[in-house]
Design a binder for this molecule. Structure first.
Ligand code: ADP
Ligand code: MG
Length: 280
């Protein structure tokens, strides 16, 4: 069995791309599950009002359930809103419900509107007896205040990129936004990882997209790509990740390999990326 190196401190990773349907949620829940299965302790924060990550992780998230919305608005602590994921012993989730869709407007005038999530997360992590190895934040498809809150609460951004014709369109805007967050709010933020999703090895286009992304961001793009797979898309309807739903299938294997690559991005590798920050 392959052993996954454990990080020396909690790694906080926001999964972001303002495009919808590129595999953010799928990537968040399956990487989290693969890492939890390897023995890591993992927390997932669902920051998308759609609550798709909550669904895939089997968390209750009907309107009114304590959720990330209450956390952002300071009514509830993370500890009070957290649920343990039924399929994995080491994985917790703070769910999102549709109530969260009102949050951007409600927090817009607060002076501390960008660091509401960070403050709640810092407080929670400091109070944990058993530290988490990874915190993943699943972002909504926008570049609004919820995403800014996610980027302020983490040190790494993981960008899923769908292997399709317009894959790189919008990427510049996303990188610019991350740059603005670095400059204004969170100087330690780093784009640590890009993952090409829905890769179809039968098409030349998939390979072209991969090569182009790899050319632009050679140190950031993972070698592993996530294949297009029916099992991956079916799993959420059973309130499961593909890691639990089809553990030996190619989807679970690919997410397992991607998780291992991420776990192996040691502090030294991350430091190299950090040194190159700003070159993009
Ligand atoms: P996002 O969170 O970026 O909006 P999702 O992760 O929800 O994207 O994925 C969009 C849709 O594509 C979902 O229906 C999901 O099940 C499906 N999907 C994601 N990744 C794959 C894949 N590798 N193979 C097949 N379907 C996928
Ligand atoms: Mg999503």
């Amino acid at each position: 069995m392959v052993t996954f190196p454990k990080p020396t401190a909690t790694r906080r990773i926001a999964v972001a791309n303002q495009k919808g349907g590129v595999g953010k949620t799928t990537t968040t829940v399956n990487l989290a599950a693969a890492l939890a299965e390897s023995g890591a302790r993992v927390l997932v924060l669902d920051m998308d009002p759609q609550g798709n990550a909550s669904t895939a992780l089997g968390a209750k998230h009907t309107s009114g359930e304590p959720s990330i919305y209450d956390v952002i608005e300071g009514r509830t602590t993370i500890r009070e809103a957290i649920q343990q994921c039924p399929s994995f012993d080491h994985m917790d989730v703070v769910p999102a419900s549709i109530d969260l869709s009102g949050a951007e407007l409600e927090i817009a005038d607060l002076s501390n509107r960008t660091d509401l999530l960070k403050r709640a997360l810092d407080e929670y992590l400091q109070s944990c007896d058993e530290p988490y190895d990874y915190v993943f934040v699943d972002c909504p498809p926008s570049l609004g205040l919820l995403v800014i809150n996610a980027m302020c609460a983490v040190t790494e951004v993981l960008i899923p990129i769908q292997a399709e014709y317009y894959a790189l369109e919008g990427l510049g805007q996303l990188i610019n936004t991350i740059g603005l967050v670095q400059d204004n709010y969170n100087p330690v933020l780093l784009v640590s990882t890009m993952l090409v999703t829905m890769f179809d090895k039968r098409t030349i286009l998939s390979r072209q997209v991969y090569d182009e992304v790899k050319n632009h961001y050679p140190n950031i793009v993972l070698d592993t790509t996530i294949p297009r797979s029916v099992k991956i898309s079916e799993a959420p309807s059973f309130q499961q990740t593909v890691i639990a739903y089809d553990p030996h299938g190619m989807g679970a294997i690919a997410y397992g390999e991607a998780a291992l690559e991420i776990a192996r991005r040691s502090p030294a590798v991350l430091a190299t990326l950090e040194a190159k920050r700003g070159e993009h």
